[in-house]
Design a protein around this ligand. Structure first.
Ligand SMILES: Nc1ncnc2c1ncn2[C@@H]1O[C@H](COP(=O)(O)OS(=O)(=O)O)[C@@H](OP(=O)(O)O)[C@H]1O
Ligand SMILES: Nc1ncnc2c1ncn2[C@@H]1O[C@H](COP(=O)(O)OP(=O)(O)O)[C@@H](O)[C@H]1O
Length: 207
């Protein structure tokens, strides 16, 4: 007799309170704002700024940041392609639960592989997955290098670093593209404003 979970013998249990009722209670539409980009591109900065802006508008959001999630839920994972895929899968599943709860879930991870991001998109209905690309040149990210990781990677002391000796696959059809204008990066508040406008125009800020 097998004691491991067998999907063939596991059944979905539906509760009577549904997503629509939860959304009505908090007057918003649950969704996932998925922020992808190189290390140092500003993912966490945008995530926190957006979280604060939504909070100030009375909207319930929650940030799942790669660095933070790797301290707990994903602390057994490293940076091999397989581990990154599992990292993204788990965060995608958690984000989907938050969205089902009615929250605006902000996931900020490098998520370098297109197929992994697309798999997360497929966990939700298409409109409820909002992919935000931090479209910052490598030189800008490397110039910032707040954790000194690019320096370590260039010196060969950190292997498999995204953008240096591990690939980053940019989105082909993202909902929101954040980029420099005339060589100037938008401020955190401007970046958050761009996402809030999208959420507002697409009906996520009301039930
Ligand atoms: N090899 C390698 N490549 C990329 N990044 C590395 C690596 N080793 C450690 N770090 C640090 O881990 C943070 C990225 O974690 P993520 O969970 O977002 O990565 S991934 O989506 O699974 O690729 C990343 O954080 P951010 O700088 O905020 O992006 C780094 O601080
Ligand atoms: N819009 C911005 N303008 C100027 N500096 C920024 C901006 N966004 C982020 N930064 C700075 O760049 C560095 C990396 O930002 P961070 O949000 O940690 O990136 P990531 O989460 O993608 O690694 C930090 O020192 C941060 O203060």
């Amino acid at each position: 007799m097998s004691v491991t979970g067998n999907p063939a013998n596991v059944f979905w249990h539906e509760c009577t309170v549904g997503k629509a009722e939860r959304q009505k209670l908090i007057n918003q539409q649950g969704c996932v704002v998925w922020i992808t980009g190189l290390s140092g591109s500003g993912k966490s900065t945008l995530a926190c700024s957006l979280d604060r802006e939504l909070h100030s508008r009375g909207k319930l959001s929650y940030v799942l940041d790669g660095d933070n999630v790797r301290h707990g839920l994903n602390k057994n994972l490293g940076f091999s392609p397989e581990d990154r895929t599992e990292n993204i899968r788990r965060v995608g599943e958690v984000a989907t639960l938050f969205a089902d709860a009615g929250l605006i879930c902000i996931a900020s991870l490098i998520s370098p592989y297109r197929k992994d991001r697309d798999a997360c998109r497929a966990m939700l209905t298409d409109a409820n997955f909002i992919e935000v690309f931090m479209n910052m040149p490598l030189e800008v990210c490397e110039g910032r290098d707040p954790k000194g990781l690019y320096k370590l990677a260039r010196a060969g002391k950190l292997k498999g670093f995204t953008g240096i000796d591990d690939p980053y696959e940019p989105p082909l059809n993202c909902e929101i593209n954040i980029e420099q204008k005339d060589g100037v990066c938008p401020t955190p508040s401007e970046m958050a404003g761009q996402v809030v406008s999208y959420l507002d125009e697409n009906g996520f800020l009301h039930a």
